[in-house]
Design a protein around this ligand. Structure first.
Ligand code: NAI
Ligand code: MG
Length: 491
């Protein structure tokens, strides 16, 4: 038997944390390591029965949870963040094993980031404040921010721990109870987090049900006892969930895909800037996460005057990244999550090649018997109307398009049904001000391609989503309602 270089959750292999106890459904779900393509373990595969039980537990616990002082709820989130930080390395190794995201560049940072999110919400939970109205003497009118009740959250596999931490924090900080449904491809780090959380929160406040989307996911989205659904994943499933929620007027938060522009101005390629700009483009594209990021800057618009200077540098940097086993500490880029996604990436690149695209670096990925390792690929000779320039490939595939006229470039950059993120590389302040106004996106980064920071409101426009996450403002807007109270003190 292979010696595991990560620590499995113990109780969590049951799959479901319901009302403070671990429950193992009879059906099971194999979890594969996409780097090594072996089965790591089997966990419980929940469905409608487990969702029913978890919703009942959450409903039972919710009023008492909401009645606790916000400072107590916050302290519990902070405690979970501290525990996660203390177990950071073992959780990061587990995460790398199940997601294929390299320990060095991704999983270690994700474990730390998730702990940071929990601690942020632990601190700001006390900011659940309302407003007062100056109605005159004898009248007191004010609002309070009340929790919605029971929240169901469904998360994907690309950064499961970070997204799990966001969903847990936003729901619980403001007094809701939660049922979290992790992705069937990568539930183990979440189950480890649930083990760390099990004796922190009162029974029923935080529940986890693992299982497939069709079984556990759909049962949660359609459950009449769920007041709000928060979903991160594909646009296709996001729309299904929106429909399900509309039938009972449940609230929704959606964080769906993107096809985000990364725009290069000539002054960002001055001799003293060009290295940093090239690295920024590589970071924005999320090559180090196999491109499996909704914020990936996957459409690169390069001013034609600097194309010949910049593109060889970007290609060189992307090609120099080491691809391999996510648990190998010398590796920059790990493996794509599963065979289906890998095959889809292969199809996108092959189609673009057949349409006449050529490679600045990379190649059409081939079917493989080993891990799912596509290499960083940059394509030119693309038309903005092709599928590869319009749809989320969710692989390490960057399309590069030259531009000359600013207005035309802006029209192209905005010509997408998505509006999640954008990246602008420029030095001139007037250019930066003009571009940040002109580009339609929920999050614009200038001269960098970093990750989300606790406290920022992050969310998409157009078909990229509804609502914003990572901030207390987002939690108040999307996980509470305003109750207005008007008191005639001296009628
Ligand atoms: P998906 O949207 O099917 O899965 C995300 C989550 O939704 C998982 O927990 C899954 O179990 C659940 N789910 C699936 N079907 C469901 C249903 N009928 N009802 C309720 N829940 C359901 O994503 P998938 O299939 O893993 O990836 C497909 C594509 O989606 C990717 O290639 C990528 O383009 C996009 N995607 C975008 C993400 C983002 O962060 N915006 C994250 C993951 C995928
Ligand atoms: Mg799917």
């Amino acid at each position: 038997m292979a010696i595991l270089d990560f620590e499995l959750p113990t109780d969590g292999l049951a799959g479901c944390l319901i009302d403070g106890a671990w429950v193992r459904p009879t059906a099971s779900l194999p979890i594969e390591n996409p780097s090594r393509r072996d089965v790591i373990c089997e966990i419980g595969r929940g469905g409608a029965a487990e969702i029913d039980a978890a919703v009942a537990a959450a409903r039972k616990a919710q009023k008492a949870w909401a009645a606790r002082p916000a400072s107590e709820r916050g302290a519990m989130l902070t405690e979970l963040g501290n525990r996660l930080a203390a177990h950071g390395e073992t959780v990061a190794r587990l995460l790398a094993a199940e997601t294929g995201n390299a320990i060095k560049t991704q999983s270690r940072g994700e474990a730390a980031g998730a702990a940071g999110v929990l601690k942020y919400y632990g601190g700001v939970a006390v900011e659940q404040k309302g407003e007062t109205l100056p109605l005159g003497p004898g009248m007191i009118s004010y609002t309070t921010r009340e929790p919605l009740g029971v929240v169901g959250s469904i998360i994907p596999w690309n950064s499961p721990l970070q997204l799990g931490a966001v969903k847990i924090s936003m729901a619980l900080a403001v007094g809701n109870c939660l049922i979290l449904k992790p992705a069937e491809d990568a539930p183990l780090a979440i189950l480890r987090l649930a083990e760390l959380a099990a004796d922190i929160f009162p029974p029923g406040v935080f529940n986890v049900v693992t299982g497939t989307g069709e079984e556990a996911g759909a049962a949660l989205a359609n459950h009449p006892g769920v007041d709000k659904i928060s979903f991160t994943g594909s646009s296709e499933i996001g729309k299904l969930i929106s429909h399900a929620a509309a039938d009972r007027v449940a609230k929704v938060t959606l964080e769906l895909g993107g096809k985000s522009p990364c725009i290069i101005f000539p002054d960002a390629c001055a001799p003293d800037r060009i290295e940093a700009t090239a690295q920024g483009v590589v970071n924005a594209m999320r090559f180090a996460r196999q491109g499996q990021s909704c914020t990936a800057g996957s459409r690169l618009f390069v001013h034609e005057s600097v194309w010949d200077d910049l593109m060889p540098l970007v290609s060189e940097k992307a090609a120099a990244m080491t691809v391999g086993d996510a648990l190998d500490d010398s590796v920059d880029i790990g493996a794509v999550i599963n065979e289906e996604r890998y095959a889809e990436i292969c199809r996108y690149v092959a189609e673009a090649e057949s349409q006449g695209a050529s490679f600045l670096t990379g190649e059409t990925p081939r079917e493989t018997d080993g891990g799912f390792y596509p290499i960083p690929t940059i394509l030119k000779g693309i038309d903005n109307s092709w599928r590869i320039a319009r749809e989320e490939v969710f692989g390490p595939v960057l399309v590069a398009l030259p531009w000359r006229d600013e207005a035309e470039m802006i029209a192209q950059a905005n010509n997408t049904h998505y509006g999640l993120a954008a990246f602008i590389f420029a030095r001139d302040a007037a250019t930066i001000a003009r571009m940040t106004r002109a580009i339609d996106a929920g999050w614009i980064q200038v001269n960098q391609g970093g990750g989300q920071i606790p406290g920022m409101s992050y969310g998409g426009i157009k078909q990229s989503g509804v609502g914003s996450e990572y901030s207390i403002e987002g939690a108040l807007e999307a996980y509470t309602f305003r109750k207005s109270v008007t008191i005639a003190v001296e009628p």
